[in-house]
Write a protein of this length. Structure first.
Ligand SMILES: C[S@@+](CC[C@H](N)C(=O)[O-])C[C@H]1O[C@@H](n2cnc3c(N)ncnc32)[C@H](O)[C@@H]1O
Length: 270
């Protein structure tokens, strides 16, 4: 195994990065942002950080802050910046999030550590040829969208690298289904879990079979959520309560740095 050291100043770096991140509008919670920061610093592999879906730059600022502090950047940020729902195109046709995104990364002092692509993920994926150590998927939350995001960049994820999906435990059809079917269902992945609504897994192509039991047990619980969200319709009443009950049964608490390293930097279970 590669060995990874937790930087002595990681807490201070995450605190500072969160101070910058919290200023940026978006739906990434504090614990999720701190977990992303941990990923930016402590994935035991070499390669780029690729972010699909930047919006106004909330997760970009966290990732770039931490990666730049340890010279582990840049962050490749991919977004066409034309989300009709988030930008309310009905009221503001043609609105873009790009200006706000640029302002966010500039104000946070990380613009030199971000490689921005104003493009759809599939367009960038078609000519992508660099190794990836962290693939952060927070773009199109439909099933087809999340599947294309994973399929387009997964061939470049390096051994011991990590894939993470946002909103897997929020009521969207794509992230949870792709994570359960394509990641937890694959013997090419090792340790895996949820932190708040982020689903994550480490690519361990040679030894993933040794983690099968753990992945299957997580998949059994997580897969119960899929029927509630697959239509993409908002949940109400009894369906909403049952969804929340099933979500409660999926372990998703925060991971501290020591625990993280023991998960992703240790040999497979016997
Ligand atoms: C939930 S927001 C991202 C939030 C952001 N990560 C943050 O921390 O605030 C989803 C973003 O994905 C973008 N998006 C949608 N489809 C996409 C695609 N196919 N490729 C890249 N980005 C996409 C949208 O334009 C939108 O800005």
């Amino acid at each position: 195994m590669a060995t990874i050291k937790i930087p002595a100043d990681l807490d201070a770096v995450l605190n500072k990065a969160w101070e910058e991140t919290r200023k940026v509008p978006g739906h990434l919670g504090e614990n999720e942002a701190r977990f992303l920061g941990l990923l930016a610093a402590c994935v035991p592999a070499k390669g780029a950080i690729v972010e699909i879906g930047s919006f106004k730059g909330r997760s970009t600022v966290m990732l770039a802050n931490v990666a730049s502090r340890y010279s582990l950047g840049p962050v490749v940020a991919i977004d066409p910046h034309n989300s009709p729902i988030l930008l309310n195109h009905e009221a503001n046709p043609g609105a873009s999030s790009y200006r706000d995104f640029l302002d966010s990364i500039f104000a946070a002092g990380v613009s030199n550590h971000v490689e921005s692509h104003v493009a759809y993920s599939t367009d960038v994926a078609s000519s992508w040829n660099r190794p990836i150590r962290l693939l952060w998927i927070d773009g199109d939350h439909s099933y087809g969208g999340a599947k294309k995001d994973l399929d387009g960049f997964f061939p470049h994820l390096v051994r011991l690298g990590v894939v993470a999906f946002h909103d897997a435990l929020n009521a969207f059809p794509g992230p949870i289904r792709v994570f359960v079917e394509d990641v937890l269902g694959s013997d090419r992945f090792g340790p895996a879990g949820f932190v708040h609504s982020i689903a994550w897994a480490q690519f361990r192509p040679e030894e993933g079979h040794a983690f099968r039991e753990k992945r299957s047990s997580l998949a059994r619980r997580a897969s119960r959520l899929i029927p509630f969200v697959e239509s993409g319709n908002e949940l109400h009443g009894m369906a909403k309560r049952r969804y929340k009950f099933n979500r409660f049964r999926v372990p998703h608490s925060a991971i501290d740095p020591g625990h993280w390293v023991s998960l992703v930097d240790s040999p497979p279970p016997r």
